[in-house]
Structures are given as structure tokens and as C-alpha cells.
Design a protein around this ligand. Structure first.
Ligand SMILES: Cc1ncc(COP(=O)(O)O)c(C=O)c1O
Length: 390
């Protein structure tokens, strides 16, 4: 007799009834402003390749060259045989960009968060976490076995109140997205640093969406606020504005040394492919010297935001390239996304658990490399769809 797996179908049916069943779509092109999605060309408003670097000729050439020289895989974990010189070059470049003593690359941003948090906090410690932090932070907190307290989104008074009652804990760690992934707003880092200093707390910033976009040379949210040198532990990813794959932690030599020895998501996994490391390093060079890409990104974001508000859409007050159009229940968000797709615009619907219940939305992102024609097509698509859903 074989095990009866019918419960899997029941679970999926329950998700479907709630409007929460997800399906994979197939992309048959590079992630440029227009992609081929399930066989149709559509304008892409859902990419994290914010600066368009994943298809830059110099980045592709670096990846090809690295594959020729080093092969396709790392062949081992970094502490055994997988630590190629490409890592050294990339980590040096990252530490320079971040103005920190050192940096350490992980296989993904998810692995970086789920690894660094348990190293910084454990049993007897407390983690203060923003209510809208990314799932990888939430999972990192769970793995740490520290006590977790959630403060209201960007509410520094609430954070301060929780810290005032935290004296009994051994260590305190505040963790926040720099740019919130689903809302596009920026964490109030100067105020967070202020209360952290008052209560002797560490600060960890997840800069997945600020890196490449905010601050001098795109170095991120910490630089945006001029908080370099304040001991903030900076996490980020190479999978978004850098257009490759991998996560990183930037901080002191001591932190990086401890991570190499304790971070389980660093130790117990194979190194990244050489092509990925070389591509990330080449993209990082371009990112640091391309203010015009950031200008275009922000100009596109402003244009799309203004056009959608003029059309009658309700947007959250984002300050960045992430523009959330909140629609309420999951079914409504999916219907609007499908209607837009019929107009040739791919604006993905985001539903719980990625966002809180009742706030299902379209999470729109622009890219610096969107053309004028693509911007016009996107806005025309929203104009055609609005009357059907008002
Ligand atoms: C805020 C935030 N942190 C971490 C991650 C994880 O990064 P990665 O995709 O490189 O695993 C993401 C991406 O989904 C993110 O949006």
C-alpha cells in the first residue's frame, strides 16, 4: 500500500478558494523592458533588474570569460575548495562600495539573512523587527532562537518603547529593510540609530532594494542618510540592481570572521558559479559609476506614479522605484493583473503572505532601461483597464 497524498490536493484547493494559489509563468527572453511571457511580448513592470545591468554587454562578457577560465561550478563549499579569487575581487569591491572593513558573499540574499541573524542573536537576546520586514528576515529570526518583538512599521516610538523594556536581555538587535520590498518606502534609519545608541542595540539593515539605487554611487540606504561609520551591519543582494545572484554582509573584520566560522548558510553550501561572481563584479563597477542610470530610474518612477494617480489609481506613498497599487483582496489584485496582461503589461499581483491580508496589490517596478515606447505602452495599458475596476 502506498501513502495517500490526497491532502496535497485539498491544500491546493483551499489556496485556490482563497485566491492565493500561485502558478509559474514562463519567460522566454532576457529580463529587459519587454519580455516574452508565455509566448507573448509584454512590457515588464515587475523586475528587480532595476538598472538593466543583467544584460549589459560588459557583464555578459565577464560571465563568459569567467566560465572559460574557471568552469561552470565552484565544485565545493567556500571553506573547502570553492573559494575562487573571483570571491576576493567581488568582496573587496563590495566593501569599498559600502565603506566597510570587509564583506562576505553568500549564495543568496535569503541565505545571508537566515545566516547572519542567528550569528548576531541567540537565546537570551532580543530582536526588534519591523512589521513589514522581508520573509528572509522573519525566517532568520526564527532560526536564531532569540526572542522576537515586532514594532509597528517604521514606528520609532514603538521601537523605543520596546527597547526600554529590554534590559533583561543579553544583547539587542534591531533589524529592518532599508527600502521596503513591497511598499517602496525607506526606513527612518537616522532615528533608528539614535534609539539604538540609547539602548546599546545593534542595527542590521537589509538593503536588497536600496543597493544600486540610493546614496552616493548607489551604495545604499546607509549612505543615503550619511550613516557610514556608525557600525550598522549591512546586508544586501546581488540579485536585484546588480542583476546577478548572491547575497552579502558588509561590516567589520571581526563580524566577517565570525560569519565565516558560524554562519550555517555560508558553511554548509557550495560556492556560487564563477560566471555569477564575475558578472556581479562587473555590474558592481558599472553600478558605482552610472549616476545617469539612477536618474533615469527615478525619472521613470516619478512619471509612472504621476500618470497612475492622474488616472485615478491609489498608490502607497513610496519614495523609490517600487510603486505599490493597493487593491484589497487577492482576487481583485489578480483580476486587475490579468486585465493588464491582456493589454500587454505585466504587473504582477502580490498577495498574502508576501503582504498583509487586505493589502493585495500590484507591485510595480520600473527599470532605468525602459524605453519611451515601453513607458507609453505601460501607461496606456493602465488607462484601458481603469474603467473596468473603479
Ligand atoms: C528585502 C529583501 N531581502 C532579501 C531578499 C532575498 O534576496 P535573494 O533574492 O537574493 O535571495 C529579497 C528578495 O526577494 C528582498 O526583497
Amino acid at each position: 500500500m502506498t501513502y495517500n497524498y490526497d491532502w496535497l490536493d485539498t491544500e491546493c484547493a483551499t489556496l485556490e478558494q482563497a485566491g492565493l494559489l500561485r502558478h509559474l509563468r514562463t519567460v522566454r527572453s532576457a529580463p529587459t523592458g519587454t519580455i516574452n511571457l508565455d509566448g507573448r511580448d509584454v512590457v515588464l513592470l515587475g523586475s528587480n533588474n532595476y538598472l538593466g545591468l543583467s544584460t549589459h554587454p560588459k557583464v555578459i562578457a565577464a560571465a563568459v570569460e569567467a566560465t572559460r577560465s574557471f568552469g561552470t561550478g565552484a565544485s565545493g563549499s567556500r571553506l573547502i575548495s570553492g573559494n575562487s579569487e573571483l570571491y576576493t575581487a567581488l568582496e573587496t569591491n563590495l566593501a569599498e562600495a559600502k565603506e566597510t572593513e570587509a564583506a562576505l558573499v553568500f549564495s543568496s540574499g535569503y541565505a545571508a539573512n537566515t545566516s547572519v541573524i542567528p550569528v548576531l542573536a541567540g537565546e537570551g537576546d532580543v530582536i526588534l523587527s519591523d512589521a513589514l520586514n522581508h520573509a528572509s528576515i522573519i525566517d532568520g529570526c526564527r532560526l536564531s532562537r532569540a526572542t522576537k518583538q515586532v514594532y509597528r512599521h517604521c514606528d520609532v516610538e514603538h521601537l523605543s518603547a520596546l527597547l526600554s523594556e529590554s534590559a533583561a536581555f543579553r544583547r539587542r538587535l534591531i533589524v529592518t529593510d532599508g527600502v521596503f520590498s513591497m511598499d517602496g518606502d525607506i526606513a527612518p534609519l537616522p532615528d533608528i540609530c539614535e534609539v539604538a545608541a540609547q539602548h546599546d542595540a545593534m542595527v542590521l539593515v537589509d538593503d536588497a532594494h536600496g543597493f544600486g539605487v540610493l546614496g552616493k554611487d548607489g551604495s545604499g540606504t546607509v549612505a543615503h542618510f550619511g550613516l557610514e561609520g556608525r557600525g550598522i551591519v549591512q546586508m544586501g543582494t546581488l540579485s536585484k540592481a546588480v542583476g546577478a545572484l548572491g547575497g552579502y554582509i558588509a561590516g567589520s573584520h571581526a563580524l566577517i570572521e565570525l560569519l565565516v566560522n558560524r554562519a550555517r548558510g555560508f558553511i554548509f553550501t557550495t560556492g556560487l558559479p564563477p560566471a555569477t561572481l564575475a558578472a556581479a563584479n562587473a555590474a558592481l563597477d558599472l553600478m558605482r559609476s552610472a549616476p545617469e542610470l539612477r536618474q533615469r530610474l527615478f525619472s521613470h518612477a516619478k512619471r509612472l506614479k504621476t500618470a497612475l494617480i492622474d488616472l485615478g489609481y491609489t498608490l502607497l506613498p513610496s519614495e523609490t522605484q517600487i510603486l505599490p497599487v493597493v487593491l484589497g483582496n487577492p482576487q481583485r489584485a489578480t483580476s486587475v493583473a490579468e486585465a493588464l496582461l491582456a493589454e500587454g503589461v505585466f504587473a504582477p499581483a502580490i498577495r498574502p503572505p508576501a503582504v498583509p491580508t487586505g493589502t493585495s496589490r500590484l507591485r510595480l517596478t520600473v527599470m532605468a532601461t525602459h524605453t519611451e515606447a515601453e513607458m507609453q505602452q505601460a501607461i496606456a495599458g493602465f488607462a484601458a483597464v481603469f474603467p473596468k475596476f473603479r
